[in-house]
Write a protein that binds this ligand. Sequence first.
Ligand code: 5RP
Length: 218
Amino acid sequence: MSQARLKIEVARAALEYVKPDMVLGVGTGSTVNAFIDELAESGIRVKGVVSSSEATSARLREIGVEIMDLNHTGDLELYIDGADEVDEHKRMIKGAGGALTREKIIAAASRRFVCIVDETKCVKVLGEYPMPVEVLPMARAFVARKLVGLGGRPELRQGYTTDNGNLILDVRKLDIMEPVKLESEINQIPGVVTCGLFARRPADVVLVATESGIRRRS
Ligand code: 5RP
């Protein structure tokens, strides 16, 4: 089965968590795009969505879903999003799509985080994939030096500005044996908005699309 097909399968499986009239959070990326298509197809009418990016908001508006402001919704029952890597403890690296900060806020404000991935995203130890860090523009070089001090190889994502007007450093070679500690350490560097390690608030459920069907970790 192609990776695109696996994404569609897992997106469809996530519909089980979506109830009519609910307000949910929706992330960013190609798996989430498949979820939005499946949501449209399902005919489930949600009350609204708190979206993690302008790209997701545009797609949701196209299918007639109202975009809501987290400042007005209060905490959310459900958050659906993909990931770049996920380990056995449901900790993740996220942010290839550059939406990591809003994703982390929505994840923190949600009672249940359902992560949807295909099996290529499952790893024993996080860190094969470069970890994105969103930084304020004036702190780019300073933060990069600090990340080198932590053993990383940061690279500026060229020609890219986040929806929040900031930059992304993609960091390779980090030793992520203690993800909770490293997440806090990186987030403490002045100028860092947030890093793409999702360990302090892991997913609650991970749905994994495999050749032999959907596997669920909860
Ligand atoms: C965006 C993300 C995405 O969830 C992650 O990059 C996975 O994307 P895709 O579903 O396209 O593989 O964190 O910021």
